[in-house]
Design a protein around this ligand. Structure first.
Ligand code: KG4
Ligand code: ZN
Length: 342
């Protein structure tokens, strides 16, 4: 098999249809993301069947556009990479079917990428190959997972959430506060007007050295603070714009304290000197700021994925090159691994 120079990466694990063309030297020649936020907004969350149908409509135009922007032809592609786990089953299947078809038609190797690991590879894309070994932290809509990363493809899970993911908590609290979908960026904006010390929300497990997270209690605490506690005669203060901003800022402060605190514990427990952070919530400005302060204080190297590589995209599927280089090829009868990563 001749050595390839160009990799086509496909991503369709949730509600973004994405394709990227990446050179062997990890230069991203193009990266196209078609979001479906408008389709899901009125339901307040991602509807799996709508997501998979939209992927079917968009996958080929998105691939075409990625090739066009990269200035290459399909025949120039030497490897096809696709995210096959974790995610929504119908969504993953659309990407995998397209990838298998292209790999077969072009007679090139297929590699299957773990989407959560790819979120960390976004840090490698930004900062070069020396980021590993590191503590890796993926904070997204589905995952709040801490890893000990020996290399981009040797990850050991250190701990994760036992209920909601951090991004999911942002989205649900945004719904309680009457914001749109996805809620994370909207909540961050509202929080800028609020006082993060207005309400002392719980910081679950922060003073416990187990590397695990729980956000469902916090989410309920915000709900009760906004709408009142069931069975209580006490009325909560009216949900004025000022009160909503205080709730948003206080919620965000509680989440960020826990996320940053757990990173610090993971660094302490593993002795690693580098921290890589990726996933949609890593686009949050307050989180990025507090991570930087903590890393500075501890004298560790911090690599946060650039904002455009935090939310779902196919450029982070450059992880496929690592698999290709190790000859971890997939067979054409391989399948998706849906659900959440445990
Ligand atoms: O990584 P991602 O695009 O998709 C998953 O793999 O889940 O992450 C999406 C999540 C959503 O929950 C979204 O609300 C959250 O990331 N998010 C944010 C911000 N931007 C996206 N959360 C907080 N602050 C943000 N700026
Ligand atoms: Zn993701």
């Amino acid at each position: 098999m001749s050595d390839a120079d160009l990799l086509l990466s496909l991503e369709s694990s949730c509600d973004e249809t994405a394709a990227a063309v990446i050179h062997r030297d990890r230069r991203v020649l193009s990266s196209v993301v078609a979001t479906q936020h408008d389709l899901h907004a009125r339901f307040g969350g991602v509807v799996p069947e709508i997501a998979s149908r939209a992927h079917v409509d968009r996958i080929l135009p998105v691939i075409d556009e990625a090739l066009r922007l990269a200035g290459v032809k399909l025949a120039d592609i030497g490897v096809v990479a696709v995210a096959t786990q974790p995610g929504l089953v119908g969504s993953l299947l659309v990407g995998l079917t397209a990838a298998k078809t292209l790999a077969l038609a072009l007679d090139v190797p297929l590699v299957t990428v773990n989407h959560v690991w790819a979120h960390l590879y976004a840090c490698r894309m930004a900062a070069g190959p020396e980021v590993f070994p590191a503590v890796g932290f993926v904070v997204s809509g589905g995952h709040t997972h801490l890893f000990d990363c020996l290399s981009p493809v040797e990850l050991t899970l250190l701990g994760a959430t036992i209920d909601d993911a951090a991004g999911e908590a942002f989205d649900k609290v945004a719904t309680v506060l009457g914001l749109g979908h996805p809620g994370g960026p909207l909540l961050e904006k509202l929080a800028m007007q609020g006082n993060p010390a207005a309400i002392a929300f719980p910081r679950t497990f922060l003073h416990d050295d187990r590397l695990q997270f729980s956000f469902s209690g916090l989410k309920t605490a915000v709900l009760y603070a906004a709408k009142g506690t069931p069975g209580s005669r006490e009325q909560p203060p009216p949900l004025t714009p000022e009160r909503a901003a205080d709730l948003a800022a206080s919620f965000q402060a509680a989440v960020v304290d826990v996320l940053v605190g757990k990173c610090e514990q993971a660094l302490q427990q593993t002795g690693r000197r580098t921290l890589c952070v990726g996933g949609g919530v890593a686009a949050n400005g307050v989180f990025r700021q507090q991570l930087a302060e903590m890393a500075n204080r501890r004298g560790v190297r911090l690599v946060i994925a650039p904002k455009d590589l935090c939310t779902d995209n196919a450029a982070m599927g450059a992880l496929g090159w690592e698999l290709y280089e190790r000859q971890f090829f997939a067979d054409l009868d391989c399948d998706v691994v849906p659900g959440l990563m445990r």
